[in-house]
Design a protein around this ligand. Structure first.
Ligand SMILES: *[C@@H]1O[C@H](CO)[C@@H](O)[C@H](O)[C@H]1NC(C)=O
Ligand SMILES: *[C@@H]1O[C@H](CO)[C@@H](O)[C@H](O)[C@H]1NC(C)=O
Ligand SMILES: *[C@@H]1O[C@H](CO)[C@@H](O)[C@H](O)[C@H]1NC(C)=O
Length: 251
């Protein structure tokens, strides 16, 4: 019986998102760019490496770590054009923090989420420096996006990368194990016209205040994704109401 429910869940989630297996692009939250199995976003303000790391650091997301030439090219092309829209194309202004550091001053990098040394690096000529105080790595317009190391307190742009997992969200079942259409009311932070449960779940993930979400079916193929500021445990149960054509998911 349990297996049956789990299967039903997986099938209904795949169906709910309209995701087919041929599809190449992940569903990304609004503002994020899809590329292969991940979503990317430019941080719109310059900040030091530590701040950029902190901003990107959420479940499933971190400062970008390019680990192939293709990913390097994608990130630099897209983020460069976005940085240019903010500060113009002066070579001195376009630098992008990535999630790699050289705190042991050996020139060998440590990158977020990478075991051991990274398999891909893209140093520009004259880099890395092995002196103290040049410990954080950036892509630099001066070197056409190749990497240089600089002081971690320099203020640069940064980009976050979120790995897309086809993770399952918890639908609320009643005592018989059936799913009743219900939603958490009066806690919404935001309404989005996102695709289905995976897209809505990722949008919730990317929003720090979001603890759960409602997915409303409006008409035949329109869905509204509502991000909530409380989970079903945090909220007063009186707000968890049976509503036709609405499903509730805890993050
Ligand atoms: C930089 O921008 C200026 C005007 O905005 C343009 O004329 C120039 O060709 C650009 N340079 C590069 C290298 O894109
Ligand atoms: C959650 O959002 C509702 C409005 O939708 C608001 O009234 C409430 O104060 C918020 N609660 C918290 C903990 O932010
Ligand atoms: C979301 O939409 C509902 C109805 O569709 C509306 O009552 C509510 O105010 C909206 N919430 C926000 C935060 O825009």
């Amino acid at each position: 019986m349990l297996v049956y429910y789990i299967l039903t869940l997986i099938i209904s989630y795949v169906w709910a998102d309209g995701v087919s297996f041929q599809r190449e692009q992940p569903v990304c939250p609004p503002g994020w760019l899809a590329w292969q199995d991940a979503c990317y976003i430019l941080l719109p303000d310059k900040m030091n490496w530590w701040q950029a790391k902190t901003v990107c650091d959420r479940p499933g997301s971190s400062l970008v770590v390019p680990d192939s030439q293709e990913e390097q090219d994608f990130i630099w092309r897209e983020m460069r054009s976005r940085m240019e829209k903010i500060v113009g194309n002066s070579t001195t202004k376009l630098q992008l923090w990535i999630g790699c550091t050289d705190f042991d001053n050996t020139g060998l990098l440590t990158c977020i989420g990478v075991q051991g040394r990274p398999g891909f690096t893209k140093w520009s000529k004259g880099n890395p420096h092995t002196d103290e105080g040049q410990d954080c790595i950036r892509m630099d317009q001066k070197y056409e996006g190749r990497w240089g190391d600089s002081g971690c307190n320099a203020k640069h742009f940064g980009a976050c990368e979120m790995r897309v997992s086809r993770r399952l969200y918890c639908l609320q079942a009643d005592a018989d194990g059936r799913f009743t259409p219900q939603c958490l009311l009066n806690h919404e932070i935001k309404n989005l016209t996102a695709a289905g449960v995976i897209g809505c779940g990722q949008a919730c993930w990317a929003e720090p205040r979001c603890h759960s979400f409602n997915l409303w079916q409006k008409g035949d193929d329109k869905k509204v994704c509502q991000l909530n500021n409380a989970s079903s445990i945090e909220a007063d149960p009186a707000f968890l109401k049976k509503v036709e054509s609405c499903n509730f998911f805890d993050l």
